[in-house]
Design a protein around this ligand. Structure first.
Ligand code: ATR
Length: 277
């Protein structure tokens, strides 16, 4: 079985190491390689891939939307999100999926199995691609309310309108959300704010945080962001960002192979590697 990751630039991606662990666990005869594609070579490289008899691939920045034009079909979640991170190639037919949001949710539930219930009031910070994946995944879960806040408020508004949900989903400005912070039980940063080299920045001021609230960050470089450090010092329960990636990979691998990977034996070394990144 031949698997790939396409994107540009790919740099020090962890995905080959992660998928090699999965391949070894299931003792499969398979490979997972990086394929960096320069933007001006995208169409011709994808055409060549179609001919190559590849079994599947992951898609990352900047091609998660661009790849859609080359697919034969897409599952409902990927369609609604408008972005694909996993392609399954079978009998020359390419099918698109998006495992980012489900990967995030799997990681959240592993650490906080009771985080989502009918009384949970969720605050999502950010309205970009990562936010879309997580918000669409959350729609299948119980919660009381979901609020989206974003530096550019209009973008949060557009995202909420696209959800076409009759549940309690609203938009607040960053200032409003900061002011109302006590009213949220689960706060998720989906922006890149706080990522190295801007690790001194916060996506939102946490002064009004309700102690006991769960504060979750998808940034994992550094692993313990300033956002998480501050949340913990106020009494918040913190959820790290790095396991979203390995759970997303697990779900992609399952789509390609049908195999369900046990992450438990892999996580200690994975976490060590993430910290060194
Ligand atoms: P991704 O796919 O990682 O979500 P994206 O689609 O570019 O990337 O979205 C980035 C998100 O981070 C957006 O919500 C963006 O806010 P804007 O819509 O206002 O641009 C947010 N973001 C990025 N840099 C930011 C910064 N310095 N301050 C506040 N928000 C920021």
């Amino acid at each position: 079985m031949r698997l790939l990751l396409i994107g540009y630039p790919l740099g020090h991606s962890m995905s080959p190491w992660i998928h090699q662990q999965f391949i070894s666990q299931h003792q499969l005869n398979a490979s997972y390689h990086l394929k960096e594609i320069k933007p001006d070579q995208f169409a011709q490289t994808i055409a060549a891939l179609k001919q190559s008899g590849i079994d599947g691939f992951n898609v990352t920045i900047p091609y998660k939307e661009k790849i859609i034009d080359y697919l034969d079909d897409m599952d409902e979640t990927a369609k609604r999100i408008g972005a694909v991170n996993t392609v399954v190639c079978k009998n020359g037919k390419w099918s698109g999926y998006n495992t980012d949001g489900a990967g995030y949710l799997a990681s959240l539930k592993q650490h906080f199995p009771d985080a989502l219930h009918s009384d949970t009031r969720i605050l999502i910070i950010g309205a970009g691609g990562a936010s879309r994946g997580i918000v669409f995944a959350l729609l299948n879960e119980p919660f009381q309310s979901l609020t989206v806040t974003n530096r550019t408020e209009a973008r949060a508004q557009t995202l909420v309108e696209q959800l076409e949900s009759d549940r309690l989903i609203t938009v607040q400005s960053i200032t409003e959300a900061e002011h109302n912070l006590k009213k949220f039980d689960l706060i998720i940063n989906t922006t890149s704010v706080g990522m190295d080299p801007q690790s001194d920045e916060l996506p939102l001021d946490l002064a009004q945080l309700q102690p006991q609230a769960i504060v979750s960050d998808i940034v994992y470089k550094p692993l313990k962001t300033k956002f998480l450090t501050e949340a913990e010092s106020i009494g918040g329960q913190i959820h790290y960002g790095h396991e979203m990636l390995i759970n997303q990979a697990k779900l992609s691998f399952q789509l390609w192979t049908g195999k369900i990977t046990d992450l438990t034996p892999i996580l200690p070394e994975y976490t060590k590697k993430i910290k060194l990144k």
